[in-house]
Design a protein around this ligand. Sequence first.
Ligand code: FES
Length: 146
Amino acid sequence: MALYSETVMDHFRNPRNVGVIEDADGVGEVGNAKCGDIMKIYLKIKDDIIEDVKFETFGCGSAIASSSMATEMIKGKPLSEALGLTNKAVAQALDGLPAHKLHCSVLAEEAIKLAIQDYYEKTGADYDKSQFPACDSCDHGCCHGH
Ligand code: FES
């Protein structure tokens, strides 16, 4: 059996939503200290809907495929739905990732959450901080002072 599904290969070869949103409403960046990969997500938000999303991923193929799939899954969706996106759902939508590559999809979940948190912080929204990854328990070294 091939290590990577056709869907993973498709999103790796033709990633959707690659790029930068210059006037993004929220930006989230995470890194994994162990593999050194970095993912950045940009969101354009209007009326609590994700109107546009772009990503830059300096990382492995699974991280690129996960960013591509995750951005497709949250585009046009309300923030509440995007916040509920789990790395498992991303991996499932990719028709699976090898076990030792599941952490790559975690980057996508966390980068999206941080981008939404950034938006809430910028707009001064009153939000539930417990919905977001707690920086003090994280070993990614990615917090940038959050
Ligand atoms: Fe680092 Fe995939 S190996 S994100």
